[in-house]
Design a binder for this molecule. Structure first.
Ligand SMILES: [Zn+2]
Length: 263
């Protein structure tokens, strides 16, 4: 692999406790391996604050803040208000908060769907208020996710993270001008329509991500994932599309800079 290639991991969770033992050592190693920009994504108040901290410490780490549908409790309205307060305090010309996220709908687990919809809509409103794009997590909730996005348009658009292998969703996402971020499962040997999905997303709407520490791609599947492995995902997409990995690296790097408004 070309040592001069640069990659942008659009979605990782560097605050995760699985990195507690070696985070400080690992982060510069990630950068030195060619992953020269990556985003640490928040999923509740605590992880959002940790993500901001990391973005202040390392010039090449960016962050998002938000409450994910899997992190909602009876206190969720107050938690969402905290997100707004964090932005009021932290968002300025030097800050590296690049989106609201991850937010969305997840019907896989038994979390109240009205809470989920309310929290999603409220955070879309916050994104519009602060002129930020959103990072969407959606699972088994395609139609409702699209419906909410149509009724509550996001001015700065956003990203569907961890590309759902669902043609209809990809089509709708592209229709409303969103980007789609491809994660490790595209490399899995049992992913049925991986090749089709890799070809369905236009190169100018494609991002790549690890979702670290989860979803490590082949050939390191099952291990703790970290942003260095985003290269395997890029390599697989390049194979599926009969392209050079350099083209995938470059396009996804530039797309991430565009959607996150990074100079
Ligand atoms: Zn995530």
């Amino acid at each position: 692999m070309d040592e001069n290639l640069q990659f942008f991991d659009s979605h990782a969770h560097l605050d995760d406790e699985k990195f507690n033992t070696d985070r400080e050592k690992l982060i510069p190693e990630i950068y030195n391996s060619g992953i020269t920009k990556f985003v640490s994504c928040g999923y509740n108040v605590e992880s959002s604050l940790k993500a901001i901290e990391l973005s202040k410490k390392y010039s090449y780490i960016y962050c998002t803040v938000g409450i994910s549908p899997n992190d909602l409790s009876t206190e969720y309205e107050r938690e969402v208000e905290k997100v707004e307060r964090i932005l009021k305090n932290e968002l300025n010309k030097d800050s590296k908060i690049v989106a609201i996220g991850e937010i969305g709908l997840d019907y896989h687990y038994d979390i109240d769907r009205n809470w989920q919809k309310n929290a999603f809509i409220k955070q879309i409103e916050i994104a519009n208020k602060f002129n930020l794009p959103i990072v969407i997590h959606t699972r088994e909730a395609v139609m409702d996710t699209i419906e909410i996005l149509k009724q509550h348009p996001v001015n700065k658009k956003g990203i569907f993270h961890c590309c759902p292998f669902n043609r209809e969703l990809i089509k709708e996402a592209l229709n409303i001008g969103f980007y789609i971020s491809i994660a490790g499962p595209i490399t899995f040997k049992n992913s049925k329509n991986a090749e089709e999905i890799a070809n369905l997303i236009p190169l100018d709407k494609m991002l790549i991500e690890t979702d670290s520490p989860y979803l490590a791609p082949e050939p390191v599947r099952g291990t703790r994932n970290d942003p260095r492995n985003v290269k395997y995902t890029a390599q697989k997409i390049a194979e599926f599309r009969n392209m050079n990995i350099a083209e995938i690296a470059k396009a996804t790097y530039n797309n991430a800079k565009t959607i996150f408004s990074i100079e």
